[in-house]
Design a protein around this ligand. Structure first.
Ligand code: ATP
Ligand code: MG
Length: 646
């Protein structure tokens, strides 16, 4: 198989060129697209033409730093662009959504089906008094009605605020109150590993003492008994019956709000990120087509939940605006067996898969026999998002899922950026495992020092976006000051992403980690991603998370939390081996003083490792906000055991 690996993350030298077969059919074959997009306003203006506008814009960009208005004067509707526009031609009866339930049930909605049901539900919302500019909270499982509810809001100009169905009632309450939602859309429950999660119960708890919500619409999914509060609560299937499916799409100003979405809360209190209709739609539609090389015959599967930005941009608005066929799966990857994803790919002949490193590392842990037992030959392109993908995981994905013939697009972006910002363009960009390669055409990303000066190639610093981009957040909901303070105050004249990165001699970008997480050992800045990749490279390791621990002499030392693959024996010998492995891959500077072996690492509900809490544990102090954790038992276990060691 692959040659012996010798270097650390930032010296990864393997290059993978787009296969000829792929390149010759790719949507983008011209390797000069980045050059051609140098005139950003002209480029984005051209991309704007891909949408349907009720009224054309007068000006592509109005920039009063740090507030931008894109496609000024233009009017459009996001739902119209995702649905109605496709009804005139051959896409009318094309599958828009292929839904697979956890229990194996399935439902296919064509573009026409989806347009009708969205229009009906939009009329229902109107009948409840929902108007343009109002907010609707959506707290749902991954079922088609979640998409229908989102697009229904978009159709009438109400802003949706999707809250991930795995969040607790407290987290839901905070978000309902912050958005001052008028309506909540939920379901009686959701399936997870064969169990029922009672979503409606959480809504009932969340709404105690809340006065802004006038109606709760409940979708019947599981048949789990629920309390229906008279006047307030209604069943979806009852209110939608006999409602007309004629509902004109509201012409929205390009700069009007499309939705509010709260960030994952990996680093602290979530922020209500506001996205607008025009710029956002142009940004996600363009990137979805170019990055995923989307063609009419593709079967595209994005595994992200609609509760995250990836679900918004690349399960709903990007693919539907491009008329794609989208697979939507409700449940867990290991239900009923650990090959469920591969079974779905085999069943629907999925051609493009977009998922997260946390999932890939989990599949690695389970072993390659699961994918090997299924026919994955339909796949032609793979994507990754959410965290840095360690070269080891990249190689596994490439080999065991992509059969060594699918390019991998490692896409760097954020809730705030709305759209993919750094990524390979798969027909033209040579790939390096672990690098998100270069900025998307028309996007200006730089690595700078604290004064805002770009660092030379080969060096690292703060990752910033130096020019406005179409899908950029408009503000933090109801808090322009927080918008300015959080994103536009650290680095002069630029949007600060909160991440650190390096670029190499070829101008490829490598994410080092969150700026707050970077470890400073004797004055050397060591990236969490780099040490973690070195650890994951060891054959016994499944996942790793590193944090800095205060050290009298060095300032900080590396503290590593490591989970091992199934069946691996743990003990001091392995710990010593891991320390030496890091020294071999990176150097003695990065050698962890502490290595703690554990079965699981604490993650956010979006699947990201929560280093902030691990840092609290390593430092032996009280833990910060834990509300966005997926499973609090993991962190409590760690804390207890580490305290016992001391
Ligand atoms: P919060 O901002 O509330 O702490 P969050 O940053 O985890 O939460 P998201 O907007 O979902 O919320 O995640 C964006 C972050 O995820 C990026 O800033 C980056 O740290 C990480 N990320 C996303 N994609 C990639 C990628 N391809 N490579 C490396 N890191 C990535
Ligand atoms: Mg963030």
């Amino acid at each position: 198989m692959e040659e012996k690996r010798r270097e650390g993350l930032l010296e990864e030298k393997r290059l993978f060129f787009p296969p000829l077969e792929f390149r010759s059919k790719a949507v983008i074959q011209n390797s000069e697209v980045h050059e051609l997009a140098r005139d950003r306003e002209k480029y984005w203006g051209e991309q704007g033409e891909r949408l349907h506008w009720f009224k054309p814009w007068d000006k592509v960009l109005e920039w009063n730093p740090p507030f931008a208005k894109w496609f000024v004067g233009g009017k459009l509707n996001a739902a119209y662009n995702c649905l109605d526009r496709h009804l005139e031609g051959a896409r009318r009866n094309k599958a828009a959504l292929i839904f697979e339930g956890e229990l194996g049930d399935r439902r296919v909605l064509t573009y026409q089906d989806l347009q009708r049901e969205v229009s009906q539900f939009a009329n229902v919302l109107k009948s409840f008094g929902v108007e343009k500019g109002d907010r609707v909270t959506i707290y749902m499982p991954m079922i088609p009605e979640a998409v229908i509810a989102m697009l229904s809001c978009a159709r009438i100009g109400a802003a949706h605020c999707v809250v991930f169905g795995g969040f607790s009632s407290d987290a839901l309450k905070d978000r309902i109150l912050d958005a001052q939602a008028k309506v909540v859309v939920t379901s009686d429950g959701s399936y997870r590993r064969g169990n029922i999660i009672p979503l409606k119960e959480s809504v009932d708890q969340a709404l105690r003492g809340v006065s802004c919500v006038e109606k709760v619409v409940v979708i019947q999914r599981t048949g789990h008994p629920v309390d229906m509060k008279a006047e307030r609560d209604v069943w979806y299937h009852e209110v939608i019956r006999n409602v007309t499916h004629l509902c004109p799409a509201e012409p929205m100003e390009a700069d009007d709000m499309l939705f509010i979405l709260y960030t994952s809360g990996t680093t602290g209190k979530p922020k209500g990120v506001v996205h607008t209709v025009g710029g956002y739609m142009v940004g996600v539609s363009t990137t979805h087509e170019w990055v995923f090389d989307i063609k009419d015959e593709d079967v595209y599967w994005c595994t992200a939940d609609v509760g995250w930005i990836t679900g918004h941009s690349y399960l709903v608005y990007g693919p539907l605006s491009n008329g794609a066929t989208v697979v939507m799966y409700e449940g867990a990857p290991d239900y009923p067996e650990k090959d469920r994803y591969w079974e779905i790919i085999e069943k629907y002949r999925v051609t493009i898969l977009y998922t997260a490193p946390t999932a890939i590392r989990t599949f690695m842990k389970w072993g390659e026999n699961y994918p090997a037992g299924r026919d994955l030959s339909s796949l032609r392109l793979l994507g990754s998002v959410g965290e840095p993908i360690n070269p080891e995981a990249w190689m596994w994905y490439y080999k065991h899922i992509g059969g060594e013939h699918c390019p991998i697009v490692d896409t760097w972006w954020q809730t705030e950026t709305g759209m993919i910002m750094m990524t390979p363009v798969p027909g033209i960009t040579p790939l390096k495992p672990g690098s998100c390669t270069t900025p998307f055409p028309g996007v200006c990303v730089e690595i700078v020092d604290p004064s805002g000066k770009p660092v030379p190639k080969g060096e690292g610093g703060y990752l910033v976006v130096c020019e406005p981009w179409p899908a950029m957040l408009k503000t933090v909901y109801g808090d322009d000051k927080r918008y300015v303070d959080t994103y536009w105050s650290d680095i002069p004249g630029a949007y600060f992403t909160g991440d650190e990165a390096k670029w190499d001699e070829d101008g490829y970008f490598w994410i080092i980690g969150r700026a707050d997480d970077v470890i400073n050992v004797s004055g050397h800045r060591i990236g969490t991603a780099e040490v973690e990749s070195a650890l994951v490279d060891h054959p016994s390791v499944a996942e790793a998370a590193c944090v800095g621990k205060t050290h009298d002499i060095k300032g900080q030392s590396v503290f590593a939390f490591v989970s091992v693959k199934e069946g691996i024996e743990i003990g001091d010998q392995l710990i010593n081996e891991l320390k030496s492995h890091v020294v071999m891959k990176i150097g003695s500077l990065a050698r962890p003083d502490d290595v703690f072996l554990t079965a699981e690492l604490p993650k956010t509900r979006s699947g990201k490792i929560m280093r902030r809490l691990l840092k609290d544990i390593a430092e032996g102090r009280a833990m910060g906000d834990t509300t966005t954790l997926a499973d609090a038992t993991v962190i409590n276990f760690l804390k207890k055991n580490i305290d016992a060691h001391k």
